[in-house]
Design a protein around this ligand. Sequence first.
Ligand SMILES: Nc1ncnc2c1ncn2[C@@H]1O[C@H](COP(=O)(O)OP(=O)(O)OP(=O)(O)O)[C@@H](O)[C@H]1O
Ligand SMILES: [Mg+2]
Length: 236
Amino acid sequence: MLEIHSLVSGYGALTVLHDVSLSIGDREAVAIVGANGAGKTTLVRTICGLLRARSGRVLKNGVDISQTPTHDMADHRIAVVLENRRLFGELTVRENLLLAERRGRGARKVFDWADIYALFPMIEERLETPVNLLSGGQQQMVAIARALLLQPNLLIMDEPSTGLAPKVVKDILNVIKELRGRGMALLLVEQNVGIASAITDRAYVLALGRIEHEIQPGAWDTFLKDERLVKAYLGS
Ligand SMILES: Nc1ncnc2c1ncn2[C@@H]1O[C@H](COP(=O)(O)OP(=O)(O)OP(=O)(O)O)[C@@H](O)[C@H]1O
Ligand SMILES: [Mg+2]
């Protein structure tokens, strides 16, 4: 479904990602874990076309999308929830979602408004509220809902739980589990390995812009118990 070959990327004179390769299968949920500054967000930005790779290739279902601009990612059934969410703050929840729905038109429909309300009951109650007036957790829910209305089969999320209250994190994790049940492939960038291990099958450990370790299916517990590995790669 997604294949990344020898990606090199960075900002100006700074090379952040060095020869990063990874893959995600159909319906698979994969995490990228790593310490602050490891390059996780840079990887997401490069995959989704916000940052142009210096070299390497990104393939979605065999199609090279390395040169695809971010606003065309939906054509390849990829949706991204970025760190800062990038919602239109002055617009209402409904308006934000309508923009995504329009963009997702033409794709095979997986999610409709009823699905969105079922996943996030809060959205139905706050449709006419400007996004700026919502809490951080509510905004994150709108950001995920917007991504789903693009009708993706791969959802990429950059630290969706950061800065949110435990109850909200739990709600969002339940939604992600539900999406997995519906066959969505997931690339989850997450510094919190407890969260990553709860909702993904396996993971890549990114350290200083390189994939230094792979956590295979069923091996989360072994990794988490290995203090040396955890300290070396995650710094805590
Ligand atoms: N816009 C930018 N311009 C220049 N350097 C940047 C920019 N964004 C990030 N960097 C640098 O790239 C490196 C990787 O940053 P990145 O944001 O990808 O890390 P991260 O793993 O997402 O960290 P965090 O867990 O804190 O979100 C850091 O050294 C950072 O200073
Ligand atoms: Mg980041």
